[in-house]
Design a protein around this ligand. Structure first.
Ligand SMILES: [Zn+2]
Length: 375
């Protein structure tokens, strides 16, 4: 019988995850259908490691939201079974390393699907706003995956879901909306051939909604806080000591159909240890270019500037008033951006704003042939 392959890996050679059924027949069902895996537990309870072990059982992995310590780069280590990796970096960030990398604005769905692991990490962005935009661009790409071969799933790793939600509130989005979006996002992804592994830390309302939405809920060590109220029934199957003190390689699995299991997953050799600087270990140098300025509530950002100028260049006949109507901006805003663009080109040979977003029009002045003296 041919050996089952997952990506370039043999299924049999993977770190074994074993599950002993405790109530009915609990198992992971062979990882063949898009599912949501919620992993609950305190810090250092081995949540990330289990998330990585689950990811390994899928042919493609997208390590989407990394913690501050760039944990997601562990896939690039020599001890990792995966060689084929693509790094995603912020616009105007360059890397000096031996792996392929792409700027977030240039990434396509094909790029993600043609690599075994696609990784992005905290150090590849200027700030949280830019990182979050990157995450949004990548997730929007996934919605373009309308069909897929059976079993050809993409596994998305979301580490530290709470800090992700918090970073969204800093973008001016209300916590309630950020949570609703996040739950919607995890629910929708299964229609696009994606499984999601989320790690959860606190017993909040969002966590409960996410758990209710998961095919597989996994409990690691929960420490002194104990189980959330709606899961207290598990104490009649497992001793409370188990949840308070279990080791990083142990877990309790609860499936949406009510079956329960006692699981073990070995420590992964390539998982990041505490205190290790993976950028230094892997020899990756990050070169930060000028940062793209994003739009705020009352000010347009670099991308909007580029969009205005580009639309004006492409417009025929040119009219700032008309363009203003299309873009829902005043014609004086349009005029000031075009004047600024032209002024920069005249002074420095290129528009610094358009250059920051890597636009091909950074050296093209935008003028109306009827008023050539405007330049
Ligand atoms: Zn410009």
């Amino acid at each position: 019988m041919p050996r089952r392959m997952v990506g370039s890996r043999f299924y049999k050679e993977m770190p074994p995850i074993t599950i002993k059924p405790v109530r009915w027949n609990a198992s992971f069902r062979g990882f063949k259908r898009p599912s949501v895996y919620s992993i609950c537990g305190i810090k250092d309870s081995g949540k990330s490691m289990l998330n990585e072990a689950l990811a390994l059982r899928h042919p493609m992995i997208l390590d989407l939201m990394a913690s501050r310590d760039n944990e997601s780069l562990c896939w690039l280590r020599d001890t990792s079974p995966i060689d084929d990796a693509l790094l995603i970096v912020g616009d105007n960030v360059d890397l000096d390393c031996s792996w392929d990398y792409k700027h977030v604005s240039d990434v396509t769905l094909h790029d993600i699907l043609s690599h075994e692991v696609t990784v992005t990490c905290n150090s590849f962005y200027h700030n949280d706003a830019e990182k979050f935009r990157g995450v949004q661009v990548l997730t929007n790409l996934l919605y373009g995956r309308l069909g897929w071969r059976a079993g050809h799933l993409l596994f998305i790793i979301i580490r530290e879901s709470n800090s992700f939600l918090y970073s969204r509130t800093k973008q001016g989005i209300k916590m309630k909306d950020a949570k609703a979006d996040f739950i919607f996002f995890t629910r929708e992804l299964r229609h696009f051939g994606c499984s999601v592994g989320i790690d959860l830390l606190r017993w909040t309302g969002t966590d409960r909604d996410l758990r209710d939405n998961s095919e597989f809920t996994i409990f690691k060590q929960v420490g002194s806080k104990g189980l959330p109220t709606d899961k207290k029934y598990l104490y009649s199957y497992f001793h409370p000591f188990v949840f308070a003190q279990m080791r990083p390689w142990q877990f309790v699995l609860e499936r949406a159909d009510g079956s329960l299991g006692w699981g073990r997953c070995p420590n992964l050799k390539f998982h990041k240890e505490e205190g290790v600087n993976l950028l230094a270990e892997l020899g990756i140098t990050v070169e930060m270019g000028a940062m793209v300025i994003e739009a705020t509530m009352n000010k347009l950002g670099d991308r909007e500037h580029e969009d205005i100028v580009k639309s004006y260049i492409d417009m025929d006949p040119k009219s700032m008033a008309k363009l203003g109507k299309i873009k829902h901006l005043s014609s004086s805003t349009i005029s000031s951006h075009i004047a600024k663009h032209n002024r920069e080109i005249k002074k420095f040979g290129k528009c610094g704003i358009c250059d920051r977003v890597g636009s091909p029009i950074s050296k093209t002045p935008a003028f109306n042939p009827r008023f050539t003296n405007r330049l």
